[in-house]
Design a protein around this ligand. Structure first.
Ligand code: C2E
Ligand code: MG
Ligand code: MG
Ligand code: MG
Length: 281
């Protein structure tokens, strides 16, 4: 009886695993197909605002995949697959080129922030690719920010430091994304030349009522001030969170409170509406 039960559990477990593996293999092949098809990817743009003036200062670019039959697939599902298969290198270049093209066509001087995966940074030619794209699109390097996570650094610190220095020499800025979620965010700040810290949204949500999160966010802001690195808070959803961040001298903010990631047309309207006023003589 017990044996039969155990066998049945093993059978169910295996069936479940097989189903999972099949679904994953299907996504891998669909993602390959998407890279060839070329019309399934799209960029979304999320506002980043200065906290003292609340003025928009730039946009983070977020990749979207419109699967032909499944509809939108979340980046949290397909980015890991793109990383495991190496497809992220090709996809990441497309994101960077498309984002720079877009930003170079805007009037004014809004910034654009692009996520860069560890494998992209590991490529020996990454800095060269970025430089080519800037030349090709005419976007001034000062308007481009690259967001990298701790995972990019852990693999090969010597190489990463070299690439970061190359990128900074070119004039662009580098932000540490998802700050606080890794194992050694603090050590990373000491060794690597970051221009911005992005506090992960998991610490920002409910920061006004959660004492632990408040302590973590406060210390990160103090750290940023001491190291002279501006801090952006991610995932701001409500006014109370914003008030807390303002009281604690956070530099800039991003989150649903200011807007969900927008389509290209919506983003363009925001850019148009926020042009610096012409001085009257
Ligand atoms: P991330 O870089 O930390 O991006 C922020 C994520 O938080 C985005 O999710 C955004 O839509 C979401 N978000 C922004 N404000 C709020 C808020 O107020 N509340 C909540 N609950 N969420 C908010 P998204 O677009 O699903 O992207 C998830 C992750 O996928 C990104 O996290 C990033 O790690 C990765 N990703 C997205 N696009 C790219 C890309 O082009 N390249 C690479 N390598 N990774 C990307
Ligand atoms: Mg990011
Ligand atoms: Mg983040
Ligand atoms: Mg994230």
């Amino acid at each position: 009886r017990a044996k039969a039960d155990a066998d049945r559990h093993i059978y169910l477990f295996n069936a479940q695993m097989e189903k999972h593996n099949r679904a994953r293999l299907e996504l891998v092949s669909d993602l390959r197909q998407a890279c060839i098809a070329g019309d399934q990817f799209e960029l979304a743009y999320q506002l980043q605002n200065d906290l003292s003036s609340l003025a928009p200062v730039g946009f983070e670019v977020l990749l979207r995949w419109n699967h032909p039959t499944k509809g939108r697939v979340s980046p949290d599902t397909f980015i890991p697959i793109a990383e495991e298969t190496g497809l992220i290198r090709e996809i990441g270049l497309w994101v960077l080129r498309t984002a720079c093209q877009e930003a170079s066509s805007w009037p004014g001087d809004f910034n654009i922030a692009v996520n860069v995966a560890p494998q992209q940074l590991m490529q020996p030619s990454f800095a060269e690719h970025v430089s080519d794209i800037l030349l090709e699109t005419g976007l001034p390097a000062e308007r481009l920010e690259l967001e990298i996570t701790e995972a990019s650094i852990i693999d090969d610190q010597v190489h990463t430091l070299k690439v970061m220095q190359q990128l900074k020499t070119m004039g662009l800025r580098i932000a540490m994304d998802d700050f606080g979620t890794g194992y050694s965010s603090l050590a990373m700040l000491q060794t690597f030349p970051f221009d911005k810290i992005k506090i992960d949204q998991s610490f920002v949500q409910n920061v006004h009522i959660d004492a632990q999160r408040a302590a973590i966010v406060r210390s990160t802001l103090l750290l940023g001030a001491a190291l002279n690195i501006p801090v952006l808070a991610e995932g701001v959803e409500v006014e109370d969170e914003l008030q807390f961040l303002r009281m604690e001298n956070c530099s800039s903010v991003q989150g649903f409170y200011f807007g969900k990631p927008m389509t290209r047309d919506e983003m363009r309207e925001v850019v148009q509406a926020n042009q610096p006023k012409k001085k009257t003589a």
